[in-house]
Design a protein around this ligand. Sequence first.
Ligand code: SER
Length: 319
Amino acid sequence: MHTSSPRILITGAAGQLGTELTAELQKLYGEANVIATDIRTPKNFQGIFENIDVTNTIRLAYLIDKYKITQIYHLVAILSAKGEQNPTLAWQINVEVTRQILEIAREKRLEKVYVPSSIAVFGDKTPKHNAPQYTILNPSTIYGVSKLTCEMLFEYYYQKYNLDVRSLRYPGIISYKAMPGGGTTDYAIDIFHKAVARKPYECFLKPDTYLPMIYMPDALQATLQVMHAEAHKLRVRTSYNIGAMTFSPRQIFEEIQKHLPEFQITYQPDFRQQIADSWVHSIDDSFAREDWGWQPTFDLPAMVADMLVHLQKREMAWA
Ligand code: SER
């Protein structure tokens, strides 16, 4: 391992994004340079893992010293649906912990910090189609309010302390390796698990609810691209819009049905419908395209075909 490699600490490494991002970072920088952390220990983890409750920032600071960390990927967050059930916890985890991490990064002069934002920063006053990078942001969930606050903090720490914080406003992320928890876009993952189990799916959103989504390989690619971009190229110091695809429950159902003709769906909207209705349908990501070459690979048909191949393989292995 060459000594110039960054030394990375990831929070939320056992989560939906963390599981796959950790593996990518290990491939890029070597297992010895990537410290995965989470409140729960993942099964069969390969590499360096430390248990941590992120609210314990003293331990976090200790681990940063212990492993001579130079970059943090802070992925822990309480998502939209779970946040509405416990707004106080969402604020504490999403804002207070993030601010403390920025403080630690500033004090310890870390080279770079990555923290995700989300389409949840948009609201019902944001243009629904091709939501611009700079536009009205009136989030309706505590998740959106907290992520928007974080975006302001990223810019503040950059301007005031020259801390190099980078961020993406992820659409709903679709993946098969680790399950998401507590999001509104999670229906687009649950639906696959029912389909491959040959069970009908009861959707908690209405059939024509359009939301921006992204397939995990594209989300990983975008994350690494923004982290590797030259600092002077980054015009956005809050969080970059990124778009990949847009679809509704009806459309993803019909796409799955092309592969599994017996598959059935019913619709039983719950409180998450209101959350979804406050978000936008599609994203203008021209800043990301111009500044660091963002270009998604997967559209709806390609994503559905790939998800089904992987989940069916797993079904067969378990059978
Ligand atoms: N996937 C998130 C959620 O549904 C949106 O960022 O809460």
